[in-house]
Design a protein around this ligand. Sequence first.
Ligand code: GLU
Length: 441
Amino acid sequence: MTVTTRFAPSPTGKLHVGNLRTALHNWMFAKKQGGRFLLRIDDTDAERSEEAFVEAIRADLAWLGLNPDGEERQSARFDRYEARFEELKAAGRVYPAYETAQELELRRKVLLGRGLPPVYDRAALALTDADRAKLEAEGIRPHWRFRLDHDAMIEWDDLVRGPQRFDPKTMSDPVVRRADGSWLYLLPSVIDDIDMAITHVVRGEDHVSNTATQLQMFAALGAAAPRFAHEALLTGVEGKLSKRLGSLGIEHFREIGIEPQALIALLARLGTSDPVEPLADSAPLIESFDFARFGRAPARFDEEELAQLGARIVHQLDYAAVKGRLPAGMTEAGWAAIRPNLSTIAEAADWWSVVEGPVTASIAEEDRPFLGQAAEVAATLDWSNPWPALTGALKESTGRKGRALFLPLRLALTGREHGPDMAALLPLIGKDAALERLGSA
Ligand code: GLU
């Protein structure tokens, strides 16, 4: 049996870090098992689903390299849902109910007021054919509930949460279809998981009670259920997943220049007992992926941690890997010199413009004679390793040292007070430009 996972977003918005984490874990688990990873677009809600979001989801996954082995769409499968629904109807596992939302709400409040769990009382199951005919003659269209089997205790061994047990008598028969015929998420998802031979459902723990009812749907449809892994949710630094993170699309991270691999390295390990490491390659992350290492406590997502991880990953990237994203003309030596100073690859352009010049520097009056001297010394230097040669000679001839020696030179040569190692930068600036910059300071 090929391990098959699926990531099933609803295209009603952009992917945020929480969604991405779910996608990543589905992808990693499938990779580790040599299995398949499917993208399932949950677009049964025609009103709220948008094609632009479908495209954005695909683009985000592609940017991260989480390439699906197949794509499915719920909106293309309505006939299939209809057919399986008819089977459940014939078997008495779905039944029509006619209560309005207000009626249900009122009953809920009464139960809660009496200190009882707000479980649906199955009043609709007691209706006779004549009752139903009367209601329908009044123009009332039913919604449909799945009838839980009260005699079958619901149990599963969750890959993250361990043994789970739900008593169906304490649960409401879930509504699976609205009065207008549209589908709620629960039943189509089960029909898809069966048809697409999904072996593992990996999703957030907000779905645990859905799973309890869905397990009975698998059974009612005559199928074995997949394994389930329900992960603790992600929170922001300040507690639950903040509005900001919840609404920030993945493209935000792309725009601020975060490496996709930084998101992968962080989200692969966050909430597990393994350390978050700046791994530029996914193979070791996939290798160590194991649901048993996931904790039950919410995992804390910190944008600052992501940025730092991103920088540490940039520092490992080879020229060949980044070449296409560097400013035109930037050489391998240029990348090697500048790379340690970068937080993002985009910042390379700024430092490369320092190499290429022109640069402007505001030089203190008292440093001008020193820089004039520096220009003369530089002109006579053997340029094979110019920075130690230049500073060594100037130290000797002027008695300057430390900051007084290095800072005016750096300023005149780069226009900046800080930056990449001058020993690496000066050969890139080159002799002619260096003489010009020192001389005109
Ligand atoms: N569309 C559902 C959601 O985004 C899918 C849940 C699942 O993975 O089954 O919550």
